[in-house]
Design a protein around this ligand. Structure first.
Ligand code: NAD
Ligand code: UDP
Length: 313
């Protein structure tokens, strides 16, 4: 049995990760300040004696004895990370410093949840790990993108300078049950709008693309990455290479929900990336991992979750 710390453990991805790590027989500690996470995401795990919950902000130092750390604490949706950009940078940068300092002291392995946003609005398609990206350092998304880029720098520096055992994954758009219904991301927005028969809001003309990964596939990739030997640090892309336009996603959600919603078009936010799709050759080679869940299958599960949530609210 390993003792594992998950920062951001009450968030969408963190809660699925905690659940899976507990299922595998580990002792799990969730650390979260509940900025975007919710206790309802983890309440079903509370009966497990090997699960512990701590309210803490990663911008403050924290001490604990664990074998592994998954560092997920950071708001992920543009609406939330732009709400307080300074805090977003602090969470990424000071959070990384605090967790790396802890990993150094206790000799734990530490995995960073980085993002496809480090590629910005990419000029290379699909994105490989050796592409350095095209990021606006002063735009509305920069607090998140640059914060995550500095976090990667810190991870590499702690490894090079202090031999900290690090792992970096770059997560592409992930969806599934327990996304926050109001977090503004496209999958949750479209599903909630469709279930309420409200207008579906496409930003821009809907021709921009994203690659959507179901959360279970991501969690499998995270665990496989953590299990790799010390020589493989990443960064490695973890995403689903199936690429869809936002208009295709809207049509699919309307179809799967049988909704009467109409599509309306709103202005495209500044610096919204036009294309995004991971090259996952490295993950296939090093982790023997690839996503298994098709968009339609994952959307059905997510629709069922939001349907229950809306009926019970
Ligand atoms: P989320 O907002 O649901 O989860 C983030 C969690 O971190 C929340 O529980 C929040 O309360 C917590 N948190 C935020 N600031 C904190 C702080 N200062 N101290 C302690 N806890 C704090 O988002 P998510 O989709 O689950 O994302 C989890 C991680 O994965 C994030 O680091 C995000 O950048 C990364 N990621 C997610 C996606 C995606 O598509 N969902 C894509 C790329 C990267
Ligand atoms: N988007 C949209 N309607 C919405 C929410 C998002 O058309 O109600 C678009 C958004 O402009 C972007 C894409 O969907 O082009 C994905 O947005 P999301 O916020 O989910 O993630 P990110 O832009 O960070 O990939």
């Amino acid at each position: 049995m390993k003792r594992i710390l998950v920062t951001g453990g009450a968030g969408f991805i963190g809660s699925h990760l905690c659940e899976r790590l507990l299922k595998e027989g580990n002792e799990v500690i969730s650390l979260d300040n509940y900025f975007t996470g919710r206790k309802t995401n983890i309440v079903h795990l509370m009966d497990n004696n090997y699960f512990e919950v701590i309210r803490h902000d990663v911008t403050q130092p924290f001490f604990i004895e664990v074998d592994e750390i998954y560092n997920l604490a950071c708001p992920a949706s543009p609406v939330h990370y732009q709400y307080n950009p300074i805090k977003t940078v602090k969470t990424s940068v000071m959070g990384a410093i605090n967790m790396l300092g802890l990993a150094k002291r206790i000799k734990a392995k530490i995995l960073q949840a980085s993002t496809s946003e480090v590629y910005g609005d990419p000029k290379v398609h699909p994105q490989r790990e050796d592409y350095w990206g095209h990021v606006n350092p002063i735009g509305p998304r920069s607090c998140y993108d640059e914060g995550k880029r500095v976090a990667e720098t810190l991870f590499m520096s702690y490894h090079q300078q202090n031999d900290v055992r690090i792992k970096i994954i770059r997560i592409f758009n992930t969806y599934g049950p327990r996304m926050h219904p109001n977090d503004g991301r496209v999958v949750s927005n479209f599903i909630v709008q469709a279930l309420k028969n409200d207008d579906i809001t496409i930003y821009g003309d809907g021709s921009q693309t994203r690659s959507f990964q179901y959360v279970d596939d991501l969690v499998e990739g995270m665990i496989k990455m953590m299990a790799t030997g010390d020589e493989f640090l990443g960064p490695v892309n973890i995403g689903n290479p199936g690429e869809f336009t936002i208009k295709e996603l809207a049509d699919m959600v309307i179809d799967l929900t049988g909704s009467r919603s109409k599509i309306v078009y709103k202005p495209l936010p500044q610096d919204d990336p036009l294309q995004r799709c991971p090259d996952i050759s490295l993950a296939k080679e090093k982790l023997n991992w690839e996503p298994k869940i098709k968009l339609e299958t994952g959307l059905k599960k997510t629709i069922e979750y939001f349907d229950n949530l809306l009926k019970n609210s």
